[in-house]
Design a protein around this ligand. Structure first.
Ligand code: ZN
Length: 266
C-alpha cells in the first residue's frame, strides 16, 4: 500500500493538505472560502470528492475551517475530527442558523484514534491563546513498513511538541514569515506563528534527535505578504550547515498561491 501527500492550499489565507493511502484519504484542515472552491479543489487534485473520508481540524480560525467547508463536509458525509476543547467554539463561530444535524462530528480528547488506515495522535500546540490548536502524528502501515507523518501549522513554541516530530518519515511544518519582511510590514498576528529561522532551527533539532530521519519535509502556511518559498528554504539549508547536520531529505515549500505536487511517502 502506498502513502501520498499533497498540499491543496497552504498560506495565511487558506489551508488544506491531503494524506492518503489506497483506502483512506484524510484532509488536514479545510480552510476554503466557498463550497464550490472546496469541491473543485478536491475534485481537481484528488480525482473526486468521493475520495475523502475525513477532515482533521487543527483549530477554528477561518483559514482552517469555516461555515461553507462545514456544509461540504456535511453534504458529502465526511467524518469531521475536532478537539473536544473546540466543539463549542466551532458551533458559535460557524454553525450560524444551519443546524448541521447530519454533520458527522467526532470530538477527540488526548487519546489516539483510528481513521481507516491511520492511527492518529493529536497533540496540542501553542498558538493564539483564544484558540486551542492541535497538530497530528499519523501512523500507517505501508508496503515499505510503518510510516509516521507529522503535521502542524499555527504554532509559536516548539519545545513541547518536539517529541511528536522526532522519527517522522514525513514532516509538514509551518514556516510562516521572514523577519525582514515582517519588519517592513508589521503584523501583530505574526507573534502566534513560527518564523523562518525558528522553523529552520526546530527542523534541524528534530532531525539531529531522530534515529529514523525524515525522507520529506514540506514547509507550509507561508505568509503571502511576508515570506517567499526561496527564503524559507534557504533558511533551513543555512541552519543545517551552521549545525553541521546532514540535510539528506527532500525539502520543499508549499506554494502559498498554489498546490504542491503529489509526494509519494511510501
Ligand atoms: Zn490560526
Amino acid at each position: 500500500m502506498g502513502l501520498y501527500f499533497k498540499s491543496l492550499c497552504s498560506s495565511s489565507k487558506a489551508n488544506c493538505v491531503a494524506l492518503w493511502t489506497d483506502n483512506t484519504c484524510i484532509l488536514f484542515d479545510a480552510g476554503f472560502t466557498s463550497m464550490r472552491k472546496m469541491k473543485n479543489e478536491i475534485s481537481a487534485h484528488l480525482g473526486s470528492t468521493d475520495r475523502v473520508d475525513a477532515v482533521l481540524v487543527s483549530h477554528v480560525h477561518a483559514d482552517h475551517i469555516s461555515h461553507y467547508p462545514l456544509k461540504v463536509i456535511e453534504n458529502l458525509s465526511y467524518e469531521l475530527y475536532i478537539s473536544e476543547a473546540n466543539v463549542d467554539l466551532l458551533k458559535q463561530r460557524f454553525f450560524r442558523r444551519h443546524g448541521f444535524n447530519n454533520l458527522k462530528l467526532n470530538a477527540f480528547g488526548r487519546e489516539p484514534f483510528v481513521v481507516g488506515d491511520f492511527r492518529v495522535e493529536p497533540f496540542e500546540i501553542e498558538h493564539n491563546p483564544a484558540f486551542r490548536t492541535f497538530g497530528f502524528s499519523l501512523i500507517c502501515d505501508t508496503d515499505s513498513g510503518e510510516k509516521k507523518v507529522t503535521l502542524a501549522t499555527d504554532l509559536c513554541e516548539t519545545d513541547s511538541c518536539k517529541k511528536y516530530f522526532v522519527d517522522s518519515d514525513f514532516i509538514f511544518l509551518e514556516s510562516n514569515h521572514d523577519l525582514e519582511m515582517l519588519a517592513q510590514d508589521p503584523n501583530p498576528n505574526s507573534d502566534y506563528h513560527l518564523n523562518n529561522p525558528d522553523s529552520a532551527r526546530f527542523l534541524c533539532d528534530v532531525v539531529a534527535s531522530s534515529e529514523n530521519k525524515p525522507k520529506h519535509v514540506v514547509l507550509g502556511h507561508l505568509s503571502e505578504k511576508r515570506n517567499l518559498p526561496n527564503i524559507a528554504l534557504r533558511e533551513v539549508r543555512d541552519a543545517f550547515v551552521r549545525a553541521g547536520e546532514m540535510l539528506d531529505f527532500d525539502l520543499r515549500a508549499a506554494e502559498p498561491r498554489g498546490n504542491s505536487p503529489v509526494i509519494k511517502i511510501a
